[in-house]
Design a protein around this ligand. Structure first.
Ligand code: URP
Ligand code: ZN
Ligand code: ZN
Length: 467
């Protein structure tokens, strides 16, 4: 054996117990009490610490072109930052180009990711063009290459219309794939944007108002209906509003395989952030909503109607956020000229575990939301998402007593600010192992660029709301 983690408290999605963990060649080879090391085993005393499966962040945008720029974390700085927050796998988005096959899109993106990624990674394909049957059929090629999950955008100029969305759902039903959706009503948003701008309402607050609770909720309801019509499962990404939560809950109560992801920013902040002096730093889509929505999301988490938490990490610098005041061409800016997205790749597991440590949810629930459920949902539970013999030794050592106040200066990504500045975490990850290799310890990144592997996922067949 290469590594023996001795005397810790193991936390999985369904149990908590004291045991040692033995690792060899990147895999967990034994879990039990008083495991005996070999001559060359490194022994690490983890008494008083929690031992958790590494988080799987199902939603990141590394080096993503958006709003006239590119998100500031590339696959190296983003995955380095992930590792330092206890995340050992990230799912990034491949945006299909016009006329591009999904497989070509994956290969194009992997050529950028593979040399850089410091932890394991996989992709969802952001579907932009299914204008021909041949292009639609390339979903199956992606699936055969180990990428069985797709995302459609109901907003943005690169998004699809309902007809294309429906075709993608039908195809997914046929081949065993999962369709994720960014649900916001594009047409209503466009109308509101025009109205607000014509009234001189240019500040960040109006981003929220133009993408308010109903703008998101209506699209959630429509997306669920389309999935029901196509007879397939659906994964609503970054769910942030109460109407959507209610629709997901109802569909699940009726037995439909409808799943939802939310993000830490929707759990911690409310739309009041858009009234701050630098409210533009919080401009993301969907925007953070009011307290009623936040409470509904927390209640849904407790009930089991939110399946995963992911970050939607898509960082832009303050200078880029300032394009909401003056655009990069020197013209007067407004809320539509701010690149959409916030950072969080290093903050998800610390934040959710801290909420667990404060008693809001159990540690088991935190592991389920951030690791086990994403593994099951995206088809990689044969490798990751639990602490079990035979699985990858993606392990986080968590000190429940350590207190950390988040400071951007201490984060490991490539950004000059964070919306998480000053947020206090009760407990913090103190070490992260990626396939048995120590990649983070006590505030320092110890991993290597390019050490992360592309994870090939299994086809996804979900017939009920239970994973
Ligand atoms: O504001 C966000 N979330 N930007 C990234 C793209 C998306 O919609 O997920
Ligand atoms: Zn989105
Ligand atoms: Zn996103």
């Amino acid at each position: 054996m290469d590594l023996l983690l001795k005397g810790g408290t193991i936390v999985t999605a369904d149990s908590t117990f004291k045991a040692d963990i033995a690792v060899k060649d990147g895999k967990i080879i034994a879990i039990g009490t008083n495991l005996k090391p070999d001559k060359c085993t490194e022994i690490v005393d983890v008494k008083g610490k929690l031992v958790l499966p590494g988080a799987i962040d199902g939603h990141t945008h590394l080096a993503m072109p958006f709003g006239g720029t590119i998100s500031s974390d590339d696959y190296y700085t983003g995955t380095k930052s992930a590792a330092c927050g206890g995340t050992t796998t990230v799912f990034d988005f491949v945006l299909q180009g016009k006329g591009e096959s999904m497989l070509d899109a994956i290969k194009r993106r992997d050529a950028i990711a593979a040399p850089d990624a410091a932890v394991d990674y996989s992709f969802h394909v952001g579907v932009c063009d299914v204008s021909t049957d041949a292009l639609l059929d390339t979903m199956e090629d992606a699936l055969k290459a180990g990428i069985p999950s797709f995302k459609v955008f109901m907003v943005y100029d690169f998004g699809v219309d309902d007809g294309s969305f429906y075709k993608v759902l039908q195809k997914a039903a046929k081949i065993g794939a999962l369709v994720g959706v960014h649900a916001e009503n594009r047409d209503v948003n466009n109308v509101l944007v025009k109205q607000y701008l014509s009234e001189g309402k240019t500040e960040a607050w109006w981003h929220y108002m133009a993408k308010n609770e109903n703008v998101e909720g209506e699209a959630d309801v429509r997306a669920i209906n389309l999935a029901k019509m196509a007879g397939t499962s659906l994964y609503i990404v970054h769910l942030a509003n109460k109407q959507g939560v209610d629709a997901v809950t109802q569909a699940r109560d009726e037995g439909y395989p409808i799943f939802a992801e939310t993000c830490p920013q929707y759990l911690h902040f409310t739309s009041d952030v858009y009234k701050r002096e630098r409210g533009r730093d919080f401009v993301c889509s969907p925007p953070v909503k009011g307290k009623e929505s936040q409470d509904a999301i927390w209640d849904a988490i407790k009930r089991g109607d939110i399946t995963t938490i992911a970050t939607d990490h898509c960082p832009f610098t303050q200078a880029e956020k300032d394009w909401g005041i003056t655009t990069k061409d020197g013209k007067p800016g407004n809320f539509t000229t701010i690149p959409n997205g916030c950072a969080g790749i290093e903050n998800m597991y610390p934040y959710v575990l801290s909420e667990a440590n404060k008693g809001r949810i159990s540690f088991n629930k935190a592991v389920e939301l951030c690791s086990s459920n994403p593994a099951k949902l995206f088809g990689l539970d044969h490798l990751k998402g639990a602490l079990q013999v035979g699985l990858d030794a993606d392990i986080v050592i968590y000190d429940p007593k350590k207190k950390v106040t988040i400071k951007n200066a201490e984060m490991h990504g490539n950004l000059d600010h964070t919306i998480w500045e000053g947020v206090e975490c009760k407990g913090y990850p103190v070490a992260t192992y990626s396939r048995g290799t120590l990649v983070y310890k006590d505030g320092k990144f110890l991993g290597n660029k390019g050490a992360g592997k592309l994870i090939k996922c299994k086809p996804i067949k979900l017939n009920s709301p239970t994973l």
